[in-house]
Design a protein around this ligand. Sequence first.
Ligand code: HEM
Length: 337
Amino acid sequence: MPYSHFFFFLLISLAFAAMAVPTLRPGFYTETCPQAESIVKDVMKKAMKREPRSVASVMRLQFHDCFVNGCDASLLLDDTPNMLGEKLALSNINSLRSYEVVDEVKEALERACPGVVSCADLLIMAARDAVVLTGGPNWEVKLGRLDSLTASQEDSNQIMPSPRSNATYLIDLFSRYNLSMKDLVALSGSHSIGKGRCFSVVFRLYNQSGSGRPDPTIEPRFREKLDKLCPLGGDGNVTGDLDATPEVFDNQYFKDLVNGRGFLNSDQTLFTNPFTREYVREFSVSQKKFFMAFVEGMIKMGDLQSGQPGEIRQDCRVINSRRPRVEVLFETSNGGE
Ligand code: HEM
């Protein structure tokens, strides 16, 4: 083959290799960083001791990362002068939190195995650990993701659902990711841990669908409680529990939905809708079925990939080529002369 052809083929294969979707598998870091999974779990444990809610907040990051162009840690990139990141997107601003826990995990990973474990995999491991640490099911995560070289605030704005969403909208959104109604209901069960802001519920309390009235599906005593927590015109940043046991990963969330005690409209609508209602009922009576469906959903969501080229970021907030170079200045010692 002439040299020019050889280089042409080489270039094409390199381009394809860069675009290829990495194959995810359990135990991806067994050789290169055997401590990776225990390091993540240890830092998550410490974070939970400091602030129990923080593990729920970290777990939520998987959803907001994976739905926007795949699980590639694009969510974690800070804004740059020429790129608006996803942190300030509509569903994320003043809402996603505990990025500092992710930084802490990454620092510990970099100390043990520099340049080996991606931030995208970190989020997947940390989400699993959040569930385990709060009493939920354990499972083996598939790893081997790369971190994105860019992020898109616009895509996040278009994709991530609002707390006002109804089940019909959510069924359609999830189906675009090959996630079934059962996956939608099971994954919403992640609201078994954590908190939401008054900002996310006031419309349901005082002006559901522009009616000027509260959402009639809220159980009256629960509504009184929410009205007190979130008065009209009050502070939108006050938080309430997403279910009655916000520090325990269990099926209480589904029991609450059956009793009209869901916090978000997007939660309660899963019981109002005839297609999703049966799953809510099923999970409310069988925690085991919920756990099994939840694990399946998390694995499916973790499989979403962009197919774009990537890297192993050293700092989850910036791509490697933008990292400030550390200038090491060697003083020329002249022996004090
Ligand atoms: C089905 C569509 C979903 C919608 C509309 C939704 C929406 C929300 C909203 C509005 C909040 C409260 C945010 C705030 O008020 O600041 C929240 C919290 C949370 N979401 Fe979702 N969510 C959905 C699915 C998911 C999924 C699939 C996961 C993870 C697998 C997840 C995990 C969480 C967690 C753990 C929290 C509590 C976070 C904390 O305490 O900081 N959510 N979600």
